[in-house]
Design a protein around this ligand. Structure first.
Ligand code: HPA
Length: 233
């Protein structure tokens, strides 16, 4: 990332999308400064209600995310909170709903490369799950809380992924959490993941959220995410 120690705060929000990182810095931080733009993976540091905080783009998928997370932890990051979107597998999920991930099945090649094939269960840190759940409760939101799956493919060749994953109790699919949880656990950092349901995946169709609805839901998720990091102080 071509960043230096001191560029990032100990608490970092991790969106996949660089434009979302910029939006969060501009609309939620005080005194936001761009600290990296390497490969377009924008990172910003500022404060939220007086406490230092950063936001760093991960890019799409675990390989790119692994580079970012290794370097952030090397630069002193201690609390990593993904803020992303997901495909919902739970039949009662509505577009725009909030998911708090407790664990992420590693259906990706990166975590198995790291563990060298050893079976492993990437899990969110309890402190972040706990703080996020209480922040959501205080805001009067009813989150879906439970396991998700991190996949390498957005366009899934599985014939009926919703039936498969719902039968296993998995709430949603996204593409980065498994490696964030794994690297944080290995390096003694804390990691969590908040997701907005942007796609409702049914047996024979996928419904995509409208941009205006997504914006409102992401704003609420980012507010909760910042409240979650604040509660760790
Ligand atoms: N699949 C994987 N990742 C996602 C999806 C999806 O349907 N929606 C948002 N992120």
């Amino acid at each position: 990332m071509r960043a230096e120690p001191g560029d990032f705060a100990e608490s970092v929000l991790l969106p996949g999308d660089p434009r979302r990182a910029e939006y969060i810095a501009e609309n939620f931080f005080e005194d936001a400064k761009l600290v990296t733009a390497e490969r377009g993976m924008l990172g910003f540091t500022g404060t939220y209600r007086g406490n230092p905080v950063s936001v760093q783009t991960t890019g799409m998928g675990c390989p790119s995310t692994a580079i970012v997370v290794e370097e952030l932890i090397g630069l002193g990051a201690k609390n990593l909170l993904r803020v992303g979107t997901c495909g919902g597998y739970h039949p009662e999920m509505q577009l725009g709903d909030l998911v708090i991930a407790t664990a992420a099945t590693a259906q990706d090649g990166t975590v198995s490369s790291i563990t060298q094939g050893v079976p492993y269960a990437p899990a969110a840190h309890f402190d972040l799950v706990h703080a996020a759940y209480h922040a959501a409760e205080e805001a009067g939101r009813k989150p879906f809380l439970g396991p998700i799956v991190s996949a390498d493919l957005f366009y899934d060749p599985e014939e009926d992924p919703q039936a498969l994953w719902h039968s296993l109790g998995v709430l949603a699919v996204e593409m980065e959490a498994s490696v964030i949880f794994t690297l944080a656990a290995m390096r003694g950092a804390r990691a969590g993941c908040l997701l907005t349901v942007s796609d409702a995946i049914g047996s024979n169709k996928v419904e995509r959220i409208q941009d205006s609805v997504l914006k409102g839901a992401v704003d609420e998720m980012v507010t909760l995410a910042l409240g979650t990091l604040e509660a760790l102080h």
